[in-house]
Design a protein around this ligand. Structure first.
Ligand SMILES: *Cc1c(COP(=O)(O)O)cnc(C)c1O
Ligand code: SF4
Length: 327
């Protein structure tokens, strides 16, 4: 059973906010962390997620996703601050309209966890949050374009927005007749399931929208009973669950690991959706893989899985009208 005695905000605040605290908790030498890297992009790891790591293992696949290391300081000219050029693609504060039929809203700049490979590590989302006052401009934009049928809440992690804010936004969106789907891109049910409380479940249960939640889980070890429980609750209030993963050197760049992830996700009621090639973001080059390795892993994966458990291998390219299928 989940401990419901504290608000989720308080539980989140108890998480690890420094690489040294995290390494001490995991009984690992502090020398494998790097404070300069942490200065560029702060450490942030919920306690429950750290508890799924293996103590004393410096190669733990969950740890490597969140550990600030000296590798992040390697300069490499192909790895840029804004690889997706999204900075220029925002007609209205907090709204990205790149793809036909759907708009993406960046509700908040923060996440429950800071993944070291994230393109967000340099993106000034803080300057791009719509805030309450921005919702009106967003809704006006959407209501004037009836080709838009789906709103995607993204971030940062949109589920860090308060229930009050989410309710207000969803209520306003519900008044737009041509909208029928609400999609939420979130890593929270995986890294901080405590957030999925009764209030949030009731918001999701009561909306008229079709609901799709796209999770972000890269390795089976991220899934435990606390995650299973909230995924079940999300399905019970009518959410379709999909997953996106990022292919990461040293973490999941192996067909058997990815096949295992797909099977476990399915057992938890989640279908694999995307497998992303890493965005070439400055500070993340050590997670990248040569393209022929990516192709070879994906072909092996294809041979291991039924079609419905095979995620689509994609990357995002600036200026394209959809994600790019790589195979
Ligand atoms: C990924 C993405 C979407 C959603 O694309 P789907 O192919 O529908 O998953 C929408 N807008 C932006 C800006 C995106 O990056
Ligand atoms: S949860 Fe998603 S958006 Fe947030 S840091 Fe991780 S990859 Fe980036």
């Amino acid at each position: 059973m989940r401990d419901t005695s504290l608000s989720w905000q308080k539980k989140l605040a108890q998480g690890f906010a420094s690489v040294n605290e995290l390494l001490t908790f995991l009984e690992l030498p502090l020398s494998i962390g790097n404070l300069h890297a942490e200065k560029q992009f702060p450490s942030r790891v919920p306690i429950g997620f750290a508890k799924r790591m293996q103590k004393g293992n410096p190669r733990d696949p969950l740890l490597l996703q969140v550990l600030a290391t000296a590798d992040e300081l390697l300069a490499s000219k192909d790895y840029r601050v804004d690889p997706l050029e999204e900075h220029d693609n925002t007609p209205i504060r907090g709204l990205l309209h790149k793809y036909h039929g759907r708009v993406l809203l960046t509700l908040t700049g923060v996440c429950a966890v800071n993944c070291r490979y994230c393109f967000r590590r340099h993106f000034p989302y803080q300057d791009n949050n719509p805030g309450r006052n921005g919702y009106q401009a967003i809704c006006k934009y959407i209501s004037q374009d009836n080709s838009i049928s789906e709103v995607i809440l993204s971030g940062g992690d949109p589920l860090l927005a308060s229930d009050v804010l989410l309710t207000e936004l969803i209520n306003q969106l519900e008044e737009i007749p041509h909208l029928h789907t609400l999609r939420i891109h979130t890593r929270i049910p995986i890294v901080f399931p405590e957030r999925i409380d009764k209030g949030l479940l009731s918001i999701l249960k009561n909306t008229r929208f079709k609901k799709v939640i796209v999770l972000h889980c890269n390795h089976t070890q991220e899934l435990d009973d606390s995650v299973r429980e909230v995924l079940h609750e999300l399905q019970q209030v009518g959410c379709y669950l999909l997953n996106q993963a990022v292919l990461l050197a040293g973490i999941n760049a192996d067909a058997r690991i990815l096949a295992d992830l797909s099977h476990t996700l399915f057992a938890y009621g989640v279908l694999p959706y995307y497998l992303h090639q890493l965005d070439k973001v400055k500070g993340a080059s050590h997670f990248d893989l040569p393209f022929d390795t990516v192709q070879s892993i994906y072909k092996q994966l294809q041979n291991l899985l039924p079609g419905y458990l095979l995620p689509r291998l994609v990357c995002e390219e600036p200026g394209k009208l959809s994600k790019t299928l790589l195979i």
